[in-house]
Write a protein that binds this ligand. Structure first.
Ligand code: NAD
Length: 471
């Protein structure tokens, strides 16, 4: 298959966007029950997998044009990631969809208990620009696997990838089943006017609040995959060489435009100099002497984001990097030292290739520092000491993370991925995606052969019997 069908946009003509027609069409299709059929779902997933493989070059070209993503990055974090997710889902879906039989208490003697995973209906998926292919397709896999219809709105900030997504998906499925709608804030706003059965949003915290408010109007359940400032801690007993490489990779992949990139570094004062010198060498090894001339280094998505990031370069002291190219919107991997929580760079998620560094003497300073700020999406702790690792893991609340690594937890289909509190609601990946897009319907199947009488008001010793069982 090659990309051929044009984007379907029923709203061309210039008037206010309205998606009632599309959503109602999907609702009507959902009611036909075809999407609940396991063979139908598997066929849709296999079709998607084949189409992604066939269109790999077009997808890579779009990612290159939008963000200057290298083929390695485009395959690892976007195309390969969703292919692996599709393979895992296709392999396991038949067991996930099974009605689950669960235990029944003595009080319910004679009956059996089941949990049905039923699709919500019509899902809305809103995606961001930083991994514009993966973050659109990965939730879609969950929506399809669970038997939903879906409307997908990619980000307007990566227009080429959005176009490829629209052509790919709209050429693959009828619009009453799955449809991509391209557009920006107005399109999102118009879509949010509709009554969806589920909303899956990936993006910033402020827009997450707008989504939740819109969902509240219809009491639509949501998953919010948001962001925040994810700390990375390098303790005095860490393997510094390994830590330097894994922190540099996690931070500078995609030029730091990764929701779970280490946002800032807490390094123990005893190893600060040694770690930073190791880190500087690693950056050279990974991105070359002059990363601005490295044709494979990802660029910043827009001028607005470039200027915002440039504004941070006078915070603290530049330890390494610091150069920029306003024509290509590129910023060198940069390390800033002499940073405190009062600096502008520490007020919000950075989302760029700049790593502010703070030093500490006691782990309690780190724990307090993180506690005084919103719960992060990710956290990374580098230490060889299990007690240090456990202290951090047990005392800090965060979405998910790694011990002695960064970002890698995201890639396991066995680890549900999501935030907590201000960094997000809900999770997905692997079976987590299927569960997210399924309502768990609990059913008790009673016998009619007999009727245990305690619950009825006319049973003589009802209260006594109830006291025996319910304690
Ligand atoms: P964003 O919130 O600006 O936009 C995300 C989507 O929402 C886009 O499709 C956009 O068109 C739409 N949107 C923007 N403003 C809107 C509004 N007022 N009303 C309705 N819809 C609106 O986010 P972004 O800049 O595309 O992405 C960066 C953010 O996303 C960062 O904060 C990052 O941490 C977060 N993120 C989180 C994850 C995760 O999995 N948790 C993954 C990637 C990015």
């Amino acid at each position: 298959m090659s990309i051929s069908s044009p984007v379907l946009n029923e709203n061309e003509g210039g008037t206010k966007e309205n998606y009632s027609f599309l959503v109602n069409k999907q609702k009507a299709f959902f009611r036909k029950e075809q999407t609940k059929n396991i063979s139908f779902r598997l066929a849709a997933l296999k079709k998607l997998k084949d189409a992604i493989k066939v269109n790999e070059q077009e997808i890579m070209a779009a990612l290159k044009e939008d963000l200057n993503k290298s083929e390695l990055d485009a395959y690892a974090a976007e195309i390969g990631f969703v292919l692996a997710e599709l393979t895992f889902t296709i392999k396991n879906l038949s067991s996930w969809v099974k009605v689950k039989s669960v235990k029944t208490p003595m009080t319910h003697f004679g009956s059996t208990s089941y949990i049905y995973s039923e699709p919500y209906g019509v899902a809305l998926i809103i995606a961001p620009w930083n991994y514009p292919f993966q973050l659109a397709i990965a939730p879609l896999i969950g929506a399809i696997a669970a038997g939903n219809c879906a409307v997908l709105k990619p980000s307007e900030l990566t227009p080429k990838t959005s176009e490829v997504l629209a052509k790919l998906i709209n050429g693959l499925y009828p619009e009453e089943y799955v449809s991509v709608v391209e557009g920006g804030v107005e399109t999102s706003t118009a879509l949010l006017e509709e009554k969806f059965d589920y909303i899956f949003f990936t993006g910033s915290v402020p827009v997450g609040k707008i989504i939740m408010k819109a969902a509240a109007k219809h009491l639509t359940p949501v998953t919010l995959e948001l962001g925040g400032k994810s700390p990375c801690i390098v303790h005095d007993d860490a393997n510094l060489k390994v830590a330097a490489k894994r922190v540099a990779w996690g931070k500078f992949t995609n030029a730091g435009q990764t929701c779970i990139a280490p946002d800032y570094l807490y390094v123990h004062k005893n190893v600060k100099d040694k770690f930073l010198s190791e880190f500087k060498n690693t950056i050279k090894e990974l991105y070359g002497e002059n990363p601005l001339r490295n044709s494979d280094f990802t660029h910043i998505v827009s001028e607005r984001h470039f200027k915002r990031l440039e504004g941070f370069l006078d915070n603290g002291q530049v330890y390494s990097g610091g150069k920029t190219n306003s024509e290509t919107l590129a910023i060198e991997p940069t390390v800033l030292t002499n940073i405190s929580w009062d600096d502008p760079i520490m007020q919000d998620e950075i989302f760029g290739p700049i790593l502010p560094v703070m030093e500490y003497s006691n782990l309690s300073e780190v724990v307090d520092g993180i506690h005084n700020h919103p719960k992060p999406l990710a956290l990374y702790i580098f230490s060889e000491n299990n007690q240090v690792q456990q202290t951090v893991l047990n005392s800090v609340s965060f979405g998910g993370g790694c011990v002695n690594d960064t970002v890698y937890h995201f890639v396991s289909p066995h680890l549900p991925f999501g935030g907590v509190g201000p960094s997000g609601i809900g999770s997905y990946h692997g079976k987590g995606s299927f569960d997210t897009f399924s309502h768990k319907k609990s059913v008790l199947k009673q016998t009619t052969l007999f009727d245990i009488p305690f619950r009825y008001p006319n049973f003589k010793n009802g209260l006594k019997m109830l006291r025996m069982f319910l304690k």
